[in-house]
Design a protein around this ligand. Structure first.
Ligand code: HEM
Length: 422
């Protein structure tokens, strides 16, 4: 089963599997070297199992566009354990139910009925709600003259929007936020239960699933005007979805919709604050906003990698990948690939073309991207327009992770102002 050249555990492999290395930002230089010298590398570091590190854009696209050869059966992020889950663990972990944890043909059967709810025209009517949430966030921070851009701004918007959409009552938002952050940030000691990343992931995933499942079952019996009610009562070919499908879809929307948008807003603002020229360009020409959002997603890469398992022997980048091998497509590297992007280490709010992979590509590509774009657009517009003198006011802190690109804190200051009219 093991394959490829047998390399000693060297520094490169240890770094690729060390979540602290990514938190320090060192990975960009490493990937620059790998793309040039060894774009498909057998990586025998400190992960549960050795795996193929794929760092070039074209190879990542080839992998993500071929879900039959590159399976998502164990999910889209590198597992924290090498052991194959048993039947009970498969059920508890949503394998075969969470869209990112399923393969064709089941995946499309699961996803197809949902595409229409997330199309651009279907999302467009949400604009008033999103603007209202943005106005409230601004009204909260403007008179204070300082805030944490992560907790007070970037995390607030998607939490309010997605939870409101799903009918989660306001008093439960903090709980939902914690479970999402701890489940996705389980590699970070700050979130860990008993210093155990796997246990942290499982406990928080379960808690989030149980919460959404219970809500969905209530709505199945007594529908309300939220999307959980729509899912709970959705019929495909005249039959209601199974209870498990309903529960895992509700879980997936919350789990996928909160963190990623937060990371783009917070890290995008960090980048704009550090690039006053680009900030000014965007302020002077708001018509650049659409391009700027793509550049933020390319730059931030909330999902740093996508994980797959090869189902057959296949050649990628001149290396023979064997059936059963773990494969990691490093989106964070693909999005800085100099053969695709001019001057890839420059943050350019007018970048065009920008074929970034931040929303994924192929069958599993992000279903929520139109909603995410709307949230980002309105939030960036408000921050740029109403707080021209925002500045960083202290150290920012990064999540310890080689899966997600996350800022934990970003203190900022500005002149206190009266709230903008909501
Ligand atoms: C800037 C924000 C976002 C980014 C960067 C992002 C990124 C991604 C990526 C890279 C994937 C591909 C997963 C894979 O290939 O395994 C994905 C899938 C997905 N995203 Fe997003 N996402 C964002 C926002 C959202 C939002 C707001 C929602 C829902 C409200 C959402 C729901 C989903 C779902 C359900 C999937 C699974 C699709 C499938 O497997 O068919 N995402 N996202």
């Amino acid at each position: 089963m093991s394959s490829g050249t047998t390399l000693p555990k060297d520094q490169t492999d240890r770094q690729l599997t060390d979540p602290r290395f990514f938190a320090s930002g060192g990975h960009h230089d490493l990937f620059r070297r790998l793309r040039k010298e060894e774009p498909v590398r057998w990586t025998d570091g400190d992960a549960p199992r050795p795996f193929w590190s794929v760092s070039r854009h074209a190879d990542c696209v080839a992998i993500l566009k071929d879900p039959v050869t590159f399976s998502s059966r164990l999910g889209g992020l590198m597992p924290l354990s090498a052991r194959e889950p048993n039947e009970q663990e498969m059920r508890a972990g949503g394998y075969g139910f969470i869209p990112t944890h399923t393969d064709p043909p089941r995946h499309m059967t699961l996803r197809r009925p949902f595409n229409k709810f997330f199309s651009a025209p279907a999302i467009a009517p949400m604009i008033a709600k999103v603007q209202n949430s943005v106005d409230r966030i601004m009204a909260d921070i403007l008179p204070r003259g300082e805030c944490d851009l992560v907790d007070d701004v970037a995390a607030q918007l998607p939490t309010r929007i997605v939870c409101d959409m799903m009918g989660v009552p306001p008093q439960d938002l903090a709980r939902i936020r914690h479970h999402c952050a701890a489940f996705l940030g389980a590699q970070d000691p700050a979130y860990q239960i008993d210093g155990d990343a796997l246990k942290t992931q499982q406990v928080n995933m379960r808690a989030l699933f149980d919460y959404m499942f219970e809500l969905a079952m209530q709505r199945r019996g007594a529908p309300s005007d939220d999307f959980t009610s729509v899912i709970g009562n959705l019929e495909v070919d005249g039959e209601k979805l199974s209870e498990a499908d309903v529960g895992w879809w509700c879980f997936s929307i919350v789990a996928a919709g909160l963190e990623t948008t937060r990371d783009c807003v917070s890290i995008g603002m960090l980048e704009l604050l550090g690039n006053p020229g680009e900030m000014e360009r965007l302020r002077a020409d708001p018509g650049l906003m659409n391009l700027a959002i793509d550049e933020v997603v390319r730059w931030v890469n909330p999902a740093m990698h996508k994980f797959r398992i090869a189902t057959r022997d296949v050649d990628i980048g001149g290396k023979r990948i064997r059936a059963g091998d773990w494969v990691v497509a490093w989106l964070v590297s693909a999005n800085r690939d100099e053969s695709v992007f001019d001057d890839p280490y420059r943050f350019d709010v007018g970048r065009k073309p920008n074929p970034h992979l931040g929303f994924g590509v192929g069958e599993h590509s992000c279903i929520g991207r139109h909603l995410a774009r709307m949230e980002m657009q309105l939030m960036f517009q408000a921050l740029i327009e109403h707080i021209p003198d925002m500045r960083q006011a202290g150290e920012c802190e990064w999540l310890v992770s080689n899966k997600h690109s996350v800022l934990k804190t970003l203190p900022v200051r500005f002149t206190p102002r009266p709230a903008v009219a909501a």
